[in-house]
Design a protein around this ligand. Structure first.
Ligand SMILES: [Zn+2]
Length: 224
């Protein structure tokens, strides 16, 4: 379990990344709102495993669920309310990625796709990455049907045989996928958050339905 702390903007940061003075990162809560302003790149999120490398703010948000960059001054943002926000940092090469992982994206292994894309685009080595899993819905709150559950049997074998609804731990699925992609388990940081049972601090689609807002998670390089 990593150590998260909240700053004055009501943004959660992880202590394991605080020593990187060239990095901006954080997981916004409901109260943090739009806590960054300029240089922000967002996505038109579609629950895919599509990754985009960006070097400037594009005229329109690209369609996909992961953003990668090594350009200083750009902030990569994903928006979530129960889905898992994942921030990836290559400490050696100064490259970053922001990932939106719901069940559909996780079934397509979007987080490990982002690790592969960082290798292809920047030459990132998985063992140099720090990966932080932000506030998402917990394994106790997230019930899915058997058909959905069976799509995760490659990572959680006992899901292969389920016949009815079961609880799915999206963070654990992503953790297993990241380890499979070569990320060191000691560099995967998780909190004890749940957006659904964790209270009003968080936006939760399960709890609030169509009234749910979205929380902004951001990662970026401030200088090379
Ligand atoms: Zn929960």
């Amino acid at each position: 379990m990593a150590t998260f702390h909240q700053d004055s903007r009501r943004v959660y940061r992880v202590r394991e990344l605080d020593h990187l003075d060239w990095l901006e990162h954080g997981f916004g809560t409901r109260a943090a709102g739009e806590w960054v302003d300029s240089g922000v790149v967002s996505l038109r999120q579609v629950h895919s495993a599509v990754c985009h490398r960006v070097a400037e703010v594009p005229p329109r948000p690209p369609t996909g669920d992961a953003l990668l960059s090594s350009t200083p001054g750009l902030l990569l943002a994903v928006r979530t309310a129960d889905c898992l926000p994942i921030l990836i940092v290559d400490e050696r090469l100064r490259a970053v990625a922001a990932v939106h992982a719901g069940w559909r994206g996780s079934a397509e292994a979007v987080s490990s796709r982002a690790v592969q894309a960082m290798a292809e685009e920047f030459g990132s080595r998985p063992e140099d990455l720090h990966v932080t899993l932000g506030p998402g819905i917990c394994g106790g709150c997230y019930e899915v049907g058997a058909e959905v559950a069976r799509r995760f049997a490659a990572w959680i074998p006992q899901l292969a045989e389920v016949a009815g609804p079961v609880r799915l731990d999206l963070a654990e699925v992503n953790r297993l996928q990241l380890v499979e992609a070569g990320v060191a388990p000691s560099r995967i940081y998780q909190g004890a958050f749940c957006t659904c049972c964790g209270g009003a601090e968080f936006c939760s689609y399960r709890r609030e339905r169509s009234g749910a807002g979205r929380m902004l998670s951001v990662v970026g390089i401030t200088r090379r």
